[in-house]
Design a binder for this molecule. Structure first.
Ligand code: NAD
Ligand code: DAU
Length: 349
């Protein structure tokens, strides 16, 4: 199987590329990534000479390039490529609309044309429809929960940020391509991932790396907002199952039963590192900050047999270790253009 992975130089995409090449000897990966501030070829350094991995530096919005890649043969697409950071979307939504919405449309068009040309728009009689397009989405499309309940696939879409609104738009487009053109699309909606190679603008790597540098840890609002943490490897395994056994037209929620307040996460990091809680600074809240996310993953468990394997405390400890060992990886990032962003976001805290 020739798999087009978009955004494969980012956090989840690079973990997935490494995972799928190892788990499935029959899969080769074409990795298309624009290398934005979040894309990093160092995340793929160990795969540079892998015989089943080819990297293409390019933009999913580039219709000509995407068409050319499809014309060379693609069996399925997993679309990770996105602007992924909520805070940046609040500063400027434009790149989010461009990549997350228009880029997804370009990929969907190419996939729909391929589906029509190669399969006449439907699976052979008696054959199961293969999944051709996985749209990697997020629990943030559902908006915020109160103190009770969990998101199911039937929860209404109520995105709060420009980021989550752009992801919801992409989800709806993808489902429309299934309905209108019969394109075998699946949407996955995952909770907060953590693990190696996560860009240090996100909560867990930001807090680990700041603590390692004895810098203040900026916690938004009262720190009681809740996220449902999932180890990235558990996400990758879920995507593998969806790729081979998912049902076209369906949505699958993926979550780790790992609900923690931000403050609990930050305190756990400080404890692992033996650093004092006096490093914590409560700072101005994120506008439109969703209070609580929690995922009900019972559909993917029931239908595809997926369960998270990593316990949050152990996964977090291993992640802290990864950032200790790979200090040069994040120091290079934090000393570059990221420094300017950090100053703008957090000023002198
Ligand atoms: P990331 O920001 O680490 O990586 C995004 C990657 O996409 C980067 O390598 C970047 O260079 C690339 N990219 C951006 N614009 C592109 C374009 N126009 N063309 C080609 N490549 C482009 O993001 P991530 O955290 O790895 O998230 C990956 C996907 O998973 C996103 O779609 C995100 O919405 C979704 N998601 C993330 C999480 C999470 O917790 N990180 C949870 C649920 C869903
Ligand atoms: O839920 C899935 C989503 O998780 C993905 O779709 C997004 O791509 C991903 O970025 C992530 O979004 P969040 O906004 O939940 O992640 P972030 O790491 O930015 O923030 C996690 C929580 O921590 C959130 O409640 C805001 C808070 N936070 C974040 C930062 C960066 C702080 O308190 N301080 C900070 O400095």
């Amino acid at each position: 199987m020739k798999l087009l992975v978009t955004g494969g130089a980012g956090f989840i995409g690079s973990n997935f590329t490494r995972y799928i090449l190892q788990a499935c000897p029959g899969v080769s990966v074409i990795n298309l990534d624009k290398l934005t501030y979040a894309g990093n070829l160092e995340n793929l350094a160990d795969l540079a000479d892998h015989p089943r991995h080819a990297f293409i530096h390019g933009d999913i919005c580039d219709r000509r390039l995407v068409g050319e890649i499809f014309s060379r043969g693609v069996d399925a697409v997993i679309n990770f490529a996105a602007e992924s950071h909520v805070d940046r979307s609040i500063v400027d939504a434009s790149p989010f609309i461009e990549t997350n919405v228009r880029g997804t449309q370009v990929l969907l068009d190419a996939a729909a044309e391929y589906w029509k040309d190669r399969f006449g728009g439907r699976a052979a009689a008696g054959a199961e429809e293969p999944v051709i397009f996985i749209q990697v989405s997020t629990d943030e499309v559902y908006g915020s929960l109160g103190p009770e309940g969990r998101f199911t696939e039937g929860s209404p879409l109520k995105p709060s940020s420009p980021y989550s609104a752009s992801k919801a738009a992409a989800d709806l487009l993808a489902l429309a391509y299934h309905r209108t053109y019969g394109l075998p699309v699946v949407i996955t909606r995952c909770s907060n991932n953590y693990g190696p190679y996560q860009f240090p603008e996100k909560l867990i790597p930001l807090m680990i790396t700041n603590a390692l540098e004895n810098q203040p840890l900026p916690v938004y609002g009262d720190g009681l907002n809740m996220r449902d943490w999932l180890h990235v490897e558990d996400h990758c395994r879920a995507l593998e199952l969806v790729l081979f056994r998912g049902k076209p037209g369906e949505v699958y929620n993926i979550g780790g039963h790992g609900e923690r307040t931000n403050l609990e996460v930050v305190q756990a990091i400080l404890k692992h590192l033996g650093k004092p809680e006096s490093l914590i600074r409560f700072v101005k809240d994120r506008p439109g900050h969703d209070r609580r996310y929690a995922i009900d993953p019972s559909k993917i468990t029931r239908e595809l047999g997926w369960e998270p394997r990593h316990k949050f405390e152990e996964g977090l400890a291993a992640t802290v270790e990864w950032y200790i060992i790979n200090r040069s990886w994040w120091e290079r990032i934090k000393s570059g253009a990221y420094r300017e962003y950090y100053q703008k976001m957090y000023g002198a805290i």
